[in-house]
Ligand binder design. Sequence first.
Ligand code: GDP
Length: 325
Amino acid sequence: MKDEGRRQKSKIQNPKSQIVCLAGGVGGAKLADGLARILPPQNLTIIVNTGDDFEHLGLTVCPDLDTVMYTLAGVANPETGWGRAGESWVTMAEVSRLGGPDWFSLGDLDLAAHLTRTAMLRDGEPLTAVTRHLCQKLDIKHSLLPMCDRPAPTQIESDGRILPFQEWFVKERWQPPVTKVILPEDARATTAVIRALENAGLVIIAPSNPFVSIDPILNVYPIRAMLMDLPQAVVAVSPIIGGQAVKGPAAKMMQEMGLPVSARAAAEHYGELLDGFVFDVQDAGQLDGANVAQLSVDTWMRAQEDRVRLAQDVLTFARSLAVAT
Ligand code: GDP
């Protein structure tokens, strides 16, 4: 948790009003949506994990980027949190009947995005420009940036095996125990990401999986260093509530990697990066004595109004840190 002296100094020099949110898929998309409903488009940039992108059926699939994109566009499947509402599965059923690879489901509407993206990438457009184009077509006003233009794949080490992320996550239903998350050494941020961080007064780390959604973003050079050194307040929201993940493998991974499954362990994972940490009322008291500013509120975003309420709570808290001196 950031050095107090440096934090105070940094806030005095911090006149910037831009807000950057770092997000993975479902948990990240919900908070990003809450923020987007409060903040004007020119004030919010969402930087999204692309470590779980992969090629499937010859198409470039960007699961986290699409989850955030569909959520902001109001076309996400409300039951799953990923994929499109009102989806049909005609193509996938036929792929399956023809004996094609059907372990990763792509609905018909969803396929349209992957086809368009893949065609544009093959024409030489960078992923940042392709994402901007898709967002425009889906009438999204806020700025959504992939963390990288080039592939930066996350891999999972499990008992001596190295698995591409989606093979572990979807094909093997995140059951193989995780020994280590392997992140690429050569991932580089885009100019758009660097500019957004340079202009940021606040950085909000969404309640996404710290190991496979947020760490891949922090691993992209020079994002972690920029968060440490630039005059921003960095506030994270805990993805762990009451010793459990709301969804997905975060809690299981913590256990397998020898960490306590707790909000406090999530805060300690981000460590020195943080100026503030937001965690659930269920976990009140857990961070007593920790050297980080804290806010304990209801962080479970079950309904649309919860997203806005949490976003407002996080913003008010983060802004109070920025003016605390
Ligand atoms: P994925 O890429 O789709 O797995 O999505 P993320 O990494 O963005 O989100 C997964 C994490 O979000 C899990 O650790 C969940 O516990 C957390 N999460 C999901 N919904 C909520 C919520 O409403 N509140 C909080 N605090 N965490 C959530």
